[in-house]
Design a protein around this ligand. Sequence first.
Ligand SMILES: [Mn+2]
Length: 262
Amino acid sequence: MTQMRTFVIGDVHGCAQELAALLRRLDREDASARLVFVGDFFTKGPEPEGVVEELLARRVEGREVVLICGNHEIKLRKHLRRAIDRPKEPIESVHALTVHALRNSGLLHEALELVEEAMCRISYAVPGERCTVIHGGIDPLLGIALTPDAYKVSVKSEEDDRDWWWDYDGRDGLIVVGHKPFRDAVIVPHPDGRRTRPIVVNIDTGCAYGGKLTAYDPAADTLLSVSSQQPGQSWFMNRKPSSPEMRAPPGASASRDRRLSG
Ligand SMILES: [Mn+2]
């Protein structure tokens, strides 16, 4: 029996048009593949309700849809809960637009269910592959098994600090993440320089900031992207690519007080 194919999809952030376009492209490759979402589904972009509808529609079609917890799921859950229980209370900042759009579309409960489902899945081992999908990443000294869940969801280096993946040796196999956006997907080769398969792939290509939305097929080691229709944000458009030459993060790699941001 052949394995079901898997596409891992990067941070959608409420960009429903781009998600629909990407899924059309992926359907042409394999219309029965499993769809794994790396987290941060709804907030920031213009159409969170469209993302909810797309996810639900794929399931109605019988597609396997796997939702991984992003840091935005944890934040949004509180706001959705409050919007349902105490609808008169004001909602802070970036979540207000998301919650209003979901409420206007009558999808608050559906969104909450998807968010709570995702919160139960911090990582996902792709069947048949030595590949794990996590939103943020791991502590490279601790590995997947010992890295705390909160760290897996939220680890992010400061702007000029080296990203965790440059200190990872590949012992836990391929790790596919999102969370820290770059203009292009980050592909980290195996440090022994001989093996052709990467050990980390970051597929957050900043769709919400004017980049693109990217999917990765871990079995074939291929990427597929569609352009963003969102205006380009300068902090993102000017961000330097991730490089192993960046300065080491302060403190030992395993230190528990490294700042977590999201
Ligand atoms: Mn994130």
